[in-house]
Design a protein around this ligand. Sequence first.
Ligand SMILES: C[S@@+](CC[C@H](N)C(=O)[O-])C[C@H]1O[C@@H](n2cnc3c(N)ncnc32)[C@H](O)[C@@H]1O
Length: 385
Amino acid sequence: MTPGARVAAQIDILEAILSGVPAEKALTNWARGNRFAGSKDRAALRDLVFQALRCRRSAGAWPAPQSARAWAIGTLRAHGEDPNEFFTGIAHAPAALCADDVTPAPSDRDRLDLQDWVIDLLTQQYGAEQTAKIGAVLRHRAPITLRVNLQKTTRAQLQAELAKAEIETTPNLASDTALTIVSNPRRAVLQPCFEQGWFELQDAASQAVADAIALNGRVLDYCAGGGGKSLALAARSGSKIFAHDISTARMAEIAPRAARGGHDIEVIAPQDLAKSAKFETVVCDLPCSGSGAWRRSPEGKWSLTPKDLEAFVRLQRDIIAKSITYLAPNGCLALITCSIFEAENQGQRQFVSENFPDLTFCSTEQYLPSATQDGLYLVIFKKGI
Ligand SMILES: C[S@@+](CC[C@H](N)C(=O)[O-])C[C@H]1O[C@@H](n2cnc3c(N)ncnc32)[C@H](O)[C@@H]1O
């Protein structure tokens, strides 16, 4: 597809998104209806659509664009590109620009590409300068990072192996196991060394969080989901990890991933956890706003409401209270979010300190979203004084 034809396809997909279809589904539907598009075109189109979502406000498309066409024009302008080069009317490109295609210049606030209530909240928390930095980071594509499985290989050996397939990587300072992919990221999981369990895809801050939790005795990953943290904990310590989640379906990938990496992870069905003995370490990777990772799922940046945030805080408190009941005497509780909101982070630390006097605060770490990692928060408590 020509660059212009890709923008025309982007407009079709943005139209579907504006009519309420989630972005992933709109992309899949488009690919099904346009089988001529190869994997390179589909990947490029995905980038274009996600770019438009990340920069929705500076593209003049928030709260609502004039049209999907106007949104695509605004996105090109927001990225310093000239829409005339894509809107040529030639072959499958969209029609050339006309007088109706004027897009208003974005204000400084628009350029933060966040909702107003989020800007106000982050400014209260971090100040205007840091909020501007966070907004700027979240406008761009997230880095793609690998977690090297040190039980199977070394960071240098994996780099050399990937380099043979022209996948260039660079060590990420957040963790000894982290390698950020610099070129050809989509090839990585197609390599035999992936099937052999040499690495998993995982953000660098998630790896740093796993590094920071001292594991003792039986370890419970209470909100295990697809097992990202369980695998990182198992790979680092060699300890057996027990994985649990409210949704059995979400844990379906844990067993094959553990087998690939050579890790000992036992998946516990939700109804069986109560029968289990207590755990010396309980890790809770809480469901949250996901705001630290909005680059990866940019629709959340525009759909989150203050009420949603309150609902997350309530849900997290329920989960924290429940998970504490599985903690053995002298055990450690590690709470994690991928949020940049105080209410889900420091606020929950305060909630535990005020409501669970037998838990003592040990340490905390906050990772803000940056060019090299997502935003994450970690707080650790110990049971007993
Ligand atoms: C942030 S995700 C976990 C991501 C996962 N730890 C990883 O690293 O890949 C949060 C998880 O919490 C789970 N969850 C939601 N409510 C829960 C509850 N009441 N009890 C246990 N897990 C819950 C969700 O199903 C979801 O998988």
